[in-house]
Design a protein around this ligand. Structure first.
Ligand SMILES: [Zn+2]
Length: 131
């Protein structure tokens, strides 16, 4: 009989990447012309995909709570593993509270992991992408 460590209905915390402060800026490669000049030939700008603008946003990490809504018991060779359904994620028991991230049993533990993430991410806080 396998006894799961965590209960259905128990709240878990994880870190998600949130994009915010969206701004449309003129593409710095084609300067809004939608075309890029490469060795004297004109091409649709590869940076903005020919839109002439870039959608710039900032990224931040936020802690989000999710509830365990079930679990599976998996048998792999001689190993038995419990996989929890947390929100729409499937997380192995060993990944909960692990230093690699995933899910944490308390907001405090998630916050500690978040502080490490923010420290490493401090160099890269913005990105540009077109949708
Ligand atoms: Zn461009």
């Amino acid at each position: 009989m396998i006894q799961p460590k965590y209960e259905i209905g128990q709240r878990m915390y994880h870190i998600i990447e949130e994009r915010y402060d969206w701004q449309e800026k003129e593409c710095y490669i084609c300067e809004g012309t939608t075309m890029a000049d490469i060795k004297g030939e004109k091409f649709s700008c590869p940076k903005c995909n020919g839109y002439g603008v870039l959608n710039i946003c900032k990224k931040r990490y936020v802690i989000k709570g999710e509830v365990i809504n079930g679990y599976d018991v998996r048998k792999i060779n001689d190993d038995i593993e419990i996989v929890y359904h947390i929100g729409h994620y499937g997380i192995e028991e060993k990944r909960i509270n692990s230093s690699g991230g995933y899910f944490f049993t308390s907001k405090g533990r998630a916050k500690t992991a978040l502080e490490k993430l923010e420290f490493h991410a401090a160099i890269d806080t913005s990105s540009s992408q077109n949708y």
